[in-house]
Design a protein around this ligand. Structure first.
Ligand code: ADP
Length: 397
């Protein structure tokens, strides 16, 4: 079965087609600037040249139309007709407490996702737009929703409840949800395979460190804690997000800067993290090179990031009562050997020892710890799309 995977943002849409008989990636692409001037689709049939088309796209439905044109194009396409697409898998950010696994999308599912919209106002509306556009353009094709929050639904109450009046959980479901679940699920399963062990026998800490960053403590295959919270603003410092701060800072700054709480929150989401601290960039490569050239604030931004990630690693070691494996993934985790080494430095007391030669890798699966490290440390490129396609094929097939 061929599966189309859709990851829809408010003005962008990423897609892939996979042949699930052998899990082969056939093509991938990106539609940008949907509904704004300069819309374009970049399409790549694997092994062939990229194809770029600039054309106005007023909405997601038109964008899906162009994706479908690219998929059946005699030159760049991967199917003779859309009838070959057996199912569509959609990445959806927030499913609240409703779904702990992926599900086939029907009207009830869409309603449940709409009810979660105020929990993820930037993401869920776009995800729903993508689902509706596909339903209109590909009638009769089954659709599956794969949720960023789902994998974390195994967290126990003591991990997901905030110590605030309980009525707010009852009234509004204010709690920790966690995100990047599809990535944490993929790399935890994959590290167990690579170790030749059953995930049900392992204690794993997964570090998804990209522009957005989160860690998860996974006990015998089940998440017991994760660093993101009610929203993806919580946890470690990120590219532009602050991660955890004392909430009193919001009202303090609002009063002193003559801004609203919303404006401060916007700064915590979009102008903080390593960008806010360094004043250089939200991209770790830029900050690292500035730090190497002696930029003090860039160095401090990196130090804060490392400190925060280490704090979670330490906490998760304790919550898991030790760990068998640590996995690094996403942009920084897969590519940045210096950051991996810094995060894992001075952890010998916990049995973590990085091997500099093994750590000299980027963008591929590798064991990066020494043979006498009691905790195995791995870098594993994440593959959320493959996970979405697998869930989709399994549920539909
Ligand atoms: P997201 O999916 O959250 O947007 P990614 O997982 O793609 O983010 O990670 C993007 C980040 O990865 C970039 O901001 C960049 O800082 C970092 N990154 C990518 N390649 C490297 C590299 N070679 N060295 C250091 N950082 C890198």
């Amino acid at each position: 079965m061929k599966v189309l995977v859709i990851n829809c943002g408010s003005s962008s849409l990423k897609y892939q087609v996979l042949e699930m008989d052998n899990e082969e990636l056939l093509c991938k692409g990106l539609v940008e600037r949907i509904g704004i001037e300069g819309s374009q689709i970049k399409h790549e049939k694997i092994g062939a040249e990229k194809f770029v088309l600039q054309t106005p796209m007023k909405n997601h439905k038109e964008a899906i139309g162009h994706v479908m044109d690219a998929l059946v194009d005699p030159e760049h396409g991967v199917v003779a007709s859309m009838k070959e697409i057996g199912a569509v898998g959609h990445r959806v950010v927030h499913a609240g407490e409703k779904y702990a696994t992926s599900v086939v999308i029907d009207d009830d599912v869409i309603k449940a996702l709409e009810e979660c919209t105020d929990l993820a106002p930037l993401h869920n509306p776009a995800n729903i737009l993508g689902i509706r556009a596909c339903q209109e353009m590909m009638p009769g094709v089954p659709m599956v929703g794969v949720f960023d929050t789902a994998f974390h639904q195994t967290m126990p109450k003591e991990a997901y409840l905030y110590p605030i009046p309980y009525k707010y959980y009852e009234k509004y479901r204010v709690r920790r949800y966690g995100f990047h679940g599809t990535s944490h699920r993929y790399v935890s399963k994959r590290v167990a395979e690579l170790m030749g062990r059953d995930i049900r026998d392992l204690k794993i800490i997964t570090c998804h460190l990209g522009n957005g960053a989160s860690l998860a403590a996974i006990d015998h295959g089940q998440v017991i804690d994760t660093s993101m919270g009610f929203t993806p603003l919580a946890g470690v410092a990120m590219g532009t997000r602050s991660g955890n701060i004392d909430p009193s800072i919001i009202t303090y700054l609002a009063a002193h800067e003559g801004k609203s709480a919303d404006q401060i929150l916007n700064e915590l989401n979009k102008g903080s993290g390593i960008q806010g601290l360094s004043g250089v960039s939200s991209d770790f490569r830029d900050v690292e090179s500035a730090a190497n050239q002696g930029n003090e604030r860039a160095r401090i931004a990196e130090d804060v990031f490392v400190h925060r990630v280490k704090s979670y690693l330490g906490a998760y070691f304790l919550l898991l009562n030790g760990a068998d494996a640590i996995v690094f993934t996403a942009g920084v985790g897969e590519n940045d050997k210096a950051m991996r080494a810094r995060i894992c430095s001075r952890m010998e007391s916990l049995g973590v020892k990085i091997c500099p030669e093994r750590n000299d890798v980027r963008g591929r699966e590798a064991l990066i710890s020494t043979d006498d490290s009691t905790v195995q440390v791995w870098t594993i490129p994440t593959n959320e799309e493959l996970t979405i396609a697998r869930d989709t094929a399994e549920l539909v097939g």
